[in-house]
Design a protein around this ligand. Structure first.
Ligand code: GLN
Length: 547
């Protein structure tokens, strides 16, 4: 009776929860995205969401050293970088609803408490926090847009802060009834060199911990450096209470883009469908994915591109840029070798030395003063040497400052972010940012229109005149200087039609010098590599050929 009641109440959407144990960085995001890809390729409408157990409302206020890149969605949410993988793999946009944190959950509950939503009650972790988590598990599914919602739970099973999420998964599974949800648990199967063996004990412990919280995983994905043989799979299956065919391996791959095919080989999609009683007559069509991989792995040429930034010790800080360069490289059948150039440690001679050999210069986004002078110098060098240049957000702003100083001879030109009292603030704070008191979620965020100037480089690259791109910044090109810049050869080739804000600038007298105030890297996917990256790589190839 209860069972059928549950099924009547619940929509037809199926839910897949992905948890992780033993250690972080096992690749839950990539496995989720890969599974999503395989199910999508079978004709299902899939979305992936991430629930993070930290207290920040979102990662927008965190340092990239803490959390890697902050990924911005079309609707302006500042989110976890895994959402970038979801978009790059599935080629469908995510939104605010795809990323929740403990901070947001508590914020919602406390707001409701103040509004009197729980009048007369003691507000507690169970049921109020867990109910709030559960409701949010279902938001995307209830809109009935999706056949399958994959929910990745951040952190590790056993962490104190993960407990309410695991409890919410337990309850959600009960609410959903049989065959409407499964749990996939990622663990590590390490190889002990001295013993010459793969070890199953960490997996056993991790699953035990999950089971103690009332959640029995249906599928185990075992991350391993070496193939996991059948006898080890049997052992794991026996001690973790899962079917042998539900113990699958996730071997270290050459590229994250191999993982969907590796998961397919392990039949992950078929096992999931079986457990959720899903059927599809469509054999997954991964032809275009395979074509991309073919090009990625068989480049006919190579370029060396400098990525000038201040977080270069941590490539995760520039995740989407790196992936966009990979997509653009594959289209061009060109291996893009990234030379990481530290903008703070390298200035003057040392910086020139770093940039001398490269075929293109990309100046990265960022905040604050550290490393800015190196970025400005890099842009001046790119202009003079005629090397392809691509500035993103702060990268564009640095190119503007560099041009003002070296061509317009406004020697004290700067961005008001770095020097409030600059006599020539060629980059200035946006009017509506001036009186903001709150830091979180208040930048110019998400998608904005941009109109491209006819026959500009931008126009040629995009092959269209109206584009929409995603933003994350407080400062902007100062339009008071526009005429001066344009007269001297740096033109605004992309403008926001509603606000007149400059979104793209480029040099007229240069083979390929372009910078965007927005973040094109947030929209590059395997299926749709971003034209600005494709063209930058192509320009680097041309530069190299002419050398
Ligand atoms: N710090 C600059 C601003 O706020 C650039 C931001 C960025 O690069 N994302 O405008």
């Amino acid at each position: 009776m209860l069972d059928s009641l549950q099924n009547i109440l619940m929509p037809k959407t199926k839910y897949i929860f992905v948890t992780g144990g033993v250690t972080s960085s096992l690749g839950k995001g990539i496995v989720s995205a890969s599974l999503g890809k395989l199910l999508q390729a079978r004709g299902f409408k899939v979305t992936i969401q991430k629930f993070d157990p930290y207290i920040n409302i979102d990662p927008g206020t965190m340092n990239p050293y803490e959390h890697g890149e902050c990924y911005v969605t079309e609707d302006g949410a500042e989110t976890d970088l895994d959402l970038g993988h979801y978009e790059r793999f599935l080629n469908t946009p995510t939104s605010q609803a795809n990323n929740l944190t403990t901070g947001q959950i508590y914020y919602n509950v406390i707001k409701k408490e103040r509004e009197g939503a729980y009048l007369g009650k003691t507000v507690q972790v169970i049921p109020h926090i867990t109910d709030e988590i559960k409701n949010n598990f279902f938001v995307l599914g209830e809109a009935n847009q999706y056949d399958i919602v994959i929910t990745e739970i951040g952190g590790c099973v056993g962490d104190i802060e993960s407990l309410p999420f695991i409890e919410a998964v337990r309850q959600a599974r009960w609410d959903l009834g049989d065959y409407n949800s499964i749990v996939i648990h990622l663990t590590l199967v390490p190889y002990l060199k001295s013993a010459g063996e793969l070890k199953t004990k960490p997996t056993q412990h991790s699953v035990k911990q999950l089971s103690e919280a009332g959640v029995q995983p249906n599928i185990l994905v075992c991350r391993a450096e070496y193939p996991v043989p059948m006898d080890i799979r049997k052992k794991i299956a026996l001690f973790c209470n899962v079917n042998v065919n539900s113990v699958i391996q996730s071997i270290d791959a050459d590229t994250i883009y191999d993982v969907p095919l590796l998961m397919k080989k392990e039949r992950l999609d078929e096992i999931v469908m079986e457990k959720l009683k899903l059927t599809s007559d469509i054999e997954p069509n991964l032809e275009s994915w395979k074509a991309f991989l073919g090009k990625l792995k068989n480049p006919t040429t190579e370029v060396n591109v400098a990525l000038v930034g201040k977080y270069v010790e941590l490539p995760d800080a520039y995740k989407s840029i790196v992936e966009s360069l990979i997509h653009a490289g594959a289209v061009n059948e060109c291996k893009v070798e990234i030379k990481w150039v530290h903008a703070e440690k390298n200035q003057g001679e040392a910086l020139m030395k770093e940039l001398e050999e490269v075929d293109g210069i990309l100046v990265a986004p960022g905040f604050g003063e550290r490393g800015v002078e190196g970025k400005i110098e890099a842009s001046i060098y790119a202009r003079k040497s005629k090397k392809p240049f691509f500035g993103i957000c702060l990268g564009l702003q640095c190119a503007v400052v560099g041009f003002a100083r070296s061509v317009l001879k406004l020697e004290d030109a700067h961005s008001a972010e770095m020097k409030k009292e600059a006599l020539n603030p060629v980059i200035d704070i946006m009017e509506n940012q001036k009186n903001l008191k709150q830091m979180g979620g208040t930048m110019r965020l998400g998608a904005y229109n941009c109109k491209l100037k006819k026959n500009s480089l931008a126009n040629k690259i995009y092959k269209e005149s109206n584009i929409i791109e995603r933003h994350r910044h407080r400062y902007e090109f100062n339009n008071k200087y526009l005429e001066q810049f344009e007269k001297a050869g740096m033109i605004a080739s992309g403008i926001n039609p509603e606000s007149e804000l400059v979104e793209i600038m480029e040099l007229k007298d240069h083979p390929h010098f372009i910078g965007s105030q927005f973040h094109p890297e947030l929209k590059s996917t395997v299926e749709n590599p971003h034209p600005l990256f494709v063209s930058f790589v192509k320009a680097a190839m041309t530069y190299k050929d002419a050398k």
